[in-house]
Ligand binder design. Structure first.
Ligand SMILES: Nc1ncnc2c1ncn2[C@@H]1O[C@H](COP(=O)(O)OP(=O)(O)O)[C@@H](O)[C@H]1O
Ligand SMILES: [Mg+2]
Length: 257
């Protein structure tokens, strides 16, 4: 077992997921490395988002879902009965495809969860946390003079960095990103990619992407899924330059998917 290795952030053992009769993740096992970017690629419907949502128990609310197997984070299976799923979601933050700021000010988008979780009180400690989080998300300089205007008034790329700031503010260790740039223009995409490379110093990042160039630009490791199976997992350069599985090669060369 590698779960005690310092460089493993998440160990997934024999994860299976069904939506009703639809067996959507099939016996997936993987160790995700700490402080690295891991990209998940594969054709639409192969289970990428379902897999990502298992990692912070975001699937719990879906009706008629069955999940078995283990996901071990900090030596504990997050599906054990005594685990508080809110604590899991605090440790494992998530950024979605569509930037989804709350209908609140920029400041309150970042401050809302830390105040709710009693991590800070309103006032200067909160101001500091808001600034630090916006700085880390490379957004501070663009918004410092308009912290009280609505988050939704920012551009799409800024909104996505605001969502990243909001995620960082609750001090997660792991950040999941489900196609975080697919709704953004190329310049905003480049900014988010540069940001991910900075953030991996401090966080473990797992990103689902449709864009294979993006995976090869940012990811240290890449996972290829096909119809619910984890087909191949390796250093990104091996996946793209020297894949071992025919299905991986077919996908990355555009022969299907
Ligand atoms: N909430 C849901 N309820 C029922 N089926 C779902 C749900 N979400 C995803 N699925 C099904 O699970 C499979 C994997 O979907 P998904 O994880 O969204 O794939 P991807 O993100 O790779 O496109 C698909 O067959 C999809 O239709
Ligand atoms: Mg998806």
């Amino acid at each position: 077992m590698k779960i005690n290795e310092k460089n493993t952030a998440i160990t997934v053992n024999s994860l299976n997921l069904w939506y009703g009769d639809n067996h959507s993740l099939k016996d997936v096992s993987i160790d995700i490395h700490n402080n690295q970017i891991t990209a998940i690629i594969g054709a639409s419907g192969c289970g990428k988002s379902s897999f990502l949502r298992c990692l912070n128990r975001m699937n719990d609310l879906i009706d008629n879902i069955k999940i078995d197997g283990e996901i071990i984070i900090k030596n504990k299976n997050i599906y054990d009965k005594d685990v508080d799923e809110c604590a899991v979601r605090k440790y494992v933050g998530m950024v979605f495809q569509q930037p989804n700021p709350f209908p609140k000010s920029i400041y309150n988008n970042v401050a809302y969860a830390p105040i709710k979780h009693l991590m800070v009180k309103k006032g200067s400690a909160c101001d500091d946390l808001v600034e630090e989080s916006l700085q880390k998300a490379n957004l501070w300089d663009e918004v410092k003079d308009k912290l009280h205007s609505p988050g939704t008034a920012l551009s799409g790329g800024q909104q996505q960095r605001l969502c990243i700031a909001r995620t960082i503010a609750i001090k997660p260790n792991i950040i999941l990103m489900d196609e975080p740039t697919s709704a953004l223009d190329p310049i905003s995409t480049e900014k988010i990619e540069a940001l991910m490379l900075e953030l991996k110093q401090e966080y473990t990042i797992i990103i689902v992407t449709h864009n294979m160039q993006q995976a090869s630009r940012v990811a240290d490791y890449t996972v290829f899924f096909h119809l619910g199976d984890l087909v191949e997992y390796d250093k990104t350069k091996n996946i793209f330059l020297n894949p071992h599985q025919q299905q991986t090669e077919d996908y990355i060369t555009g022969r299907f998917g």
